[in-house]
Design a protein around this ligand. Sequence first.
Ligand SMILES: Cc1cc2nc3c(=O)[nH]c(=O)nc-3n(C[C@H](O)[C@H](O)[C@H](O)COP(=O)(O)OP(=O)(O)OC[C@H]3O[C@@H](n4cnc5c(N)ncnc54)[C@H](O)[C@@H]3O)c2cc1C
Ligand SMILES: Nc1ncnc2c1ncn2[C@@H]1O[C@H](COP(=O)(O)OP(=O)(O)OP(=O)(O)O)[C@@H](O)[C@H]1O
Length: 610
Amino acid sequence: MIHNFTITSINHILSLTAKLTLDPKLFLLESYYSGRMAQHNSSKSNAAQTVHQVPGFGSEEMERIAEHTFQRYTLPSKRKLGKGVAMVWFRNDLRILDNEVLYKAWVSSEVVLPVYFLDPRLFATTHHFGFPKTGALRAQFLMDCLADLKKSLMKRGLNLLIQNGKPEEILPSLAKAYGVHTVYAQKETCSEELYVEKLVSQALRESGTKLELIWGCTMYHIDDLPFSSKSLPDVYTQFRKSVESKSVVRGCIKIPTSLGPPPNVGDWGCIPEITSLELRQEKVSKGMAFVGGESAALSRVNEYFWKKDLLRTYKVTRNGMLGPNYSTKFSPWLASGSLSPRFIYEEVKRYERERESNDSTYWVLFELIWRDYFRFLSIKEGNSLFQVGGPRKVQTTWSQDRVLFDAWKDGQTGYPLIDANMKELSTTGFMSNRGRQIVCSFLVRDMGIDWRMGAEWFETCLLDYDPCSNYGNWTYGAGNIPQYSVLFAEFLHYLFAFPIWSRDVMSTMIKWSDYFIGVGNDPREDRYFSIPKQAQNYDPEGEFVAYWLPQLRALPKEKRHFPGMLYIKPIVALKFGNKKPVDNRTMAPGTRRVSTEVNKWKSHRGKRMQ
Ligand SMILES: Cc1cc2nc3c(=O)[nH]c(=O)nc-3n(C[C@H](O)[C@H](O)[C@H](O)COP(=O)(O)OP(=O)(O)OC[C@H]3O[C@@H](n4cnc5c(N)ncnc54)[C@H](O)[C@@H]3O)c2cc1C
Ligand SMILES: Nc1ncnc2c1ncn2[C@@H]1O[C@H](COP(=O)(O)OP(=O)(O)OP(=O)(O)O)[C@@H](O)[C@H]1O
């Protein structure tokens, strides 16, 4: 069931959340959840301004689903051999199911001390363009995750210590005060996180405590790859085929029934209001409102796979843009670590055994392998993933025109498909994969803007922000990952897999010849997404744009994507809007060279138009 609720209800929820102060006593957490959800449940669906809660369950139902899932993953009581106190430093692994960090700390000690640091660096600004590092919606999602984790730990005889500050400054004194022999934490891969790991390791060494970093964020474990991450294939397909044939996804780590006894902590700390992090409360006024936390994550898996049976058709629907049903929406929980990709894997396999195995069930795993790929790529490529030329070190002059960029960011470009997607992003913290590819292509290719501005804005807004997937996809979209080698490898694979006289091969060769011509050209011409074509294929009725730009709803469906004078004037012409490619960097903003006629869509030409 999807709960629709009004803006007023959301306001209530947010003000309730804003007033939240958590007490170690479980009943206050109970009232946090029941209060938050009562608002969701009591509200009535109201006209166009609806909000779809994801997942669409009330708090009790989510808790029931989570408990039921935990029971299937309960570790039969086992004698612990460990001694002393171990600490769990929670990072992007905010879960108890399939958490090796938590498990290792538990087996290696008599007492576990779980800690989360509200590191001020997470709430500072992005590297180049000074946007908020964490936007208000993701910050609120994070607070939900922490509240849910705290509650789960308390149910198992523990708690979560919340500390404001940098881990390297606080950990040594905590370790000393509690006699911690080892701090366990999830291993990260990007330079900002590696820097913190280095500082923590140095600080702990001085106090004689060990730091043990454990791999935990991918579906395939790094130790099970058939190659070292430094020799990761440049081509996704090679990577995927190799891991699929040579590696096995490890089983989920189970949860001990009791994680106690807890250490003697006087004040476990509160989950703060996001205003105390210098963020303004933001309300989700329409679209999807995601509930943070592991209980919600497990409930979403249950809803998408089992209750609504949407896994059966995922491959057909996954390119949609409107509503909670076209794709899994697992990404926000995966990014915060409140959902394990191995758990998703096991649920897909269970679904295949119990219901059906088809292209769609496989395709969720195919997409999760993309996620793994970008994670491992961040090890191989290091900081080049964040640099303007990307791993290819492409030399291109990009514009950093603030007027153009702000029009993109604020959904004011004059192209409804771009504007609707950008409004969804700022209103909800989410955008479909299709939408992300389209707005990325528009910013980079039609506007000629520095792709890092787009990537940093995504970093601010996305609930599912993950440095590897975000910067990986942006560099890929900006043409900074060697796509000609991708195609060449695909070509060879195809050549050897099929007889040369096959008609498919011949037509594919003709198609691919276009890619080879472009080698060495301006990368902005790679992966061009034609707006008319995308609109026609993925929003033919104009429902998505009319949802986010209600002023377009009154127009005939075929006019909604190109409303002409009835909408904002397009801020730039489309690069391939006319027959000849246009370099927008030489055009004054406001110049309009785009065909607005729907029946001219098919005449739009562009190299590599998707
Ligand atoms: C410019 C751009 C930026 C992106 N930034 C992020 C980001 O910061 N964090 C993030 O998780 N994803 C990012 N993606 C990938 C993708 O858009 C989202 O993972 C997806 O839209 C999330 O929705 P979903 O969970 O319903 O996906 P589904 O279609 O249901 O896919 C299932 C899961 O597979 C993984 N996945 C799917 N597509 C990709 C992909 N292209 N790359 C990596 N993993 C993928 C995700 O974990 C996703 O949850 C980005 C894509 C683009 C084009
Ligand atoms: N987790 C992360 N999220 C976002 N950005 C990250 C993350 N980890 C590393 N980075 C980025 O990686 C880059 C570090 O690379 P590098 O040291 O080459 O850049 P820099 O020299 O600081 O950049 P510049 O010379 O352009 O100022 C920075 O842009 C940093 O913000």
